[in-house]
Design a protein around this ligand. Structure first.
Ligand SMILES: Cc1cc2nc3c(=O)[nH]c(=O)nc-3n(C[C@H](O)[C@H](O)[C@H](O)COP(=O)(O)O)c2cc1C
Length: 183
């Protein structure tokens, strides 16, 4: 699949078939994370692959009330939980290099986008889920204190296509030479 086609065609998928994802396909999705760029190649990400129905159901229970992704967490055969080690991305010899501090969530975002695009190219669906109780998920999965749970996504074969939310026109966010100058 052409990259531009993949970027424009990927949608958030919230309905899944129960069909399992073959291990070699899952490995390709993990390779996409592996090759993501990161601060000084620090690769602070970690991925927990949840397949146990009990674990998935506990994860679903951590979602904020009314989250439209709720049923997809138990429906999909896999839930991937993206975490990151604190104090690595954006740091040199233990000191933050910029006023932004930890770049963990930025790097995790890059890894997640790679993951979603490759999953899409392989015919799989994903929906990035960020609106949940992060502390609760850390407890469910036994994530250590020095690591942060960032986002999660169901992974599986789509049972229905996602709708395409409207995007801003580029003229609304691309400026010329100075903030606010229309191109
Ligand atoms: C950081 C982040 C958090 C998100 N959290 C949720 C969520 O909690 N529940 C949900 O259903 N979708 C969530 N989404 C998916 C967005 O709603 C979706 O990407 C957006 O509406 C654009 O639709 P598209 O992905 O189909 O292009 C999240 C997306 C991002 C990037």
């Amino acid at each position: 699949m052409d990259l531009i086609e993949a970027i424009q065609g990927r949608r958030s998928i919230r309905k899944y078939k129960p069909d399992p994802v073959p291990e070699e396909v899952l490995r390709k999705v993990m390779e996409a994370v592996r090759w993501a760029p990161s601060w000084a190649n620090t690769q602070c990400w970690e991925v927990i692959v949840a397949k146990d129905p009990k674990v998935k159901s506990e994860l679903a229970g951590s979602l904020s009330k009314g989250n439209p992704a709720f049923s997809s967490i138990t429906e999909a055969p896999i839930v991937l939980v993206l975490c990151g080690r604190r104090g690595i991305s954006g740091y040199y010899k233990g000191e933050a290099k910029t006023e932004k501090g930890d770049w963990l969530t930025f790097d995790a975002g890059l890894a997640m986008q790679n993951l979603c695009l490759v999953a899409h190219a392989l015919g799989l669906g994903t929906v990035i889920v960020g609106n949940f109780n992060h502390q609760k998920v850390a407890e469910i999965l036994g994530v250590p204190q020095n690591d942060e749970v960032v986002v999660l996504t169901p992974l599986g074969y789509p049972a229905a296509e996602g709708s395409t939310p409207k995007r801003k026109d580029t003229s609304e966010f691309v400026f010329s030479d100075h903030y606010g100058n229309k191109v």
